[in-house]
Design a protein around this ligand. Structure first.
Ligand code: ZN
Length: 289
């Protein structure tokens, strides 16, 4: 695990910092740190008693406007957090810290925005595209799943995928040839979104479009409308350890050497928006001209 000293989006140095906490569910599952009550029995003469949570900082990049948690989990912490994602142990612990989680999650699971994604991408792809959904869960939200000539899914939680799709490993995926690679609701969870874009670069160099979708969190929408430092209001970090601004997402993509072919904000529910980007490796543009 590392502590970020530079912007994870645009690589600018010395981001602004403000104190925050890791939410207890994430601290418990990723780090094994449940909240603890410091009592007089501890015998800590110079430390006040009371409930102790896991500290972190909110970092804000003045250059691209992106926001993120300074603690950057390593592989063991990510494996602990996402093993059997939304399986029984995960769900029970989350329900313990956040009563009502199961019901809310069931309602969210019933929603799908695949039609909107397909509309955004439809004129860029062949009739029966080859699709790779990286982090695609069981494939229920994979665009073009029903008319794809192949639909591969990389999913670290080890879930079974839906009929018509095939679960493959990252190594298998990196050797493949696709028309579209999907990273939908993945980058907001990752310690280094830049590293994943670097890892999948060979797929894009072979001509695939890359579709990225991330939440456009309410605080980030508000930040674009005000000059006040309201990013300091971000006092807690849950599984979404990266909050994207439009400029931060653009900066990340350009830093990865990719060219943006379309960017839009989509409002899926009254309280929830997403940022959608379609991009491509410049090498493949040159070849096709
Ligand atoms: Zn930045």
């Amino acid at each position: 695990m590392e502590i970020a000293r530079r912007c994870i989006y645009c690589d600018h140095d010395a981001p602004d910092s403000s104190p925050a906490i890791v939410m207890p569910f994430v601290a418990h599952r990723a780090l094994g740190y449940a909240p603890v009550n410091i009592t007089h029995d501890w015998g800590l003469r110079d430390v006040p008693t009371g409930l102790c949570q896991t500290r972190c900082n909110t970092l804000h990049c003045a250059c691209c406007g992106g926001l993120f948690m300074d603690l950057r989990f390593g592989e063991p912490e990510m494996a602990a957090l996402y093993a059997d994602y939304r399986g029984p142990a995960y769900t029970a612990l989350r329900e313990h810290y956040k009563p009502g989680y199961v019901k809310r999650n069931e309602a969210l699971n019933r929603q799908t925005h695949t039609a909107a994604v397909e509309k955004f991408l439809h004129d860029k792809l062949p009739e029966h595209p080859r699709i790779l959904d990286w982090g695609g869960d069981n494939g229920r939200n994979t665009p073009f799943r029903c008319n794809a000539s192949c639909c591969h899914i990389v999913e670290i939680s080890g879930k079974e995928t839906l009929p018509g799709t095939q679960a493959i490993t990252p190594d298998e995926a990196l050797g493949g040839q696709y028309d579209l690679v999907v990273l939908s609701h993945v980058l907001e969870h990752l310690p280094s979104p830049f590293s994943l874009l670097e890892e999948i670069a060979p797929l894009l160099d072979r001509g695939a479009y890359l579709y990225i979708e991330v939440p456009y969190e309410a605080l980030m929408c508000e930040l674009t409308r005000t000059n006040e430092p309201i990013w300091q209001n971000k006092r807690h970090w849950h599984e979404h350890i990266n909050f994207f601004s439009t400029a931060a997402l653009e900066a990340l993509i350009k830093r990865s050497g990719l060219v943006i072919h379309g960017l839009e904000e989509r409002q899926d529910r009254p309280e929830s928006s997403v940022l959608c980007v379609l991009c491509k490796s410049p090498a493949t543009n040159e070849k096709r001209i």
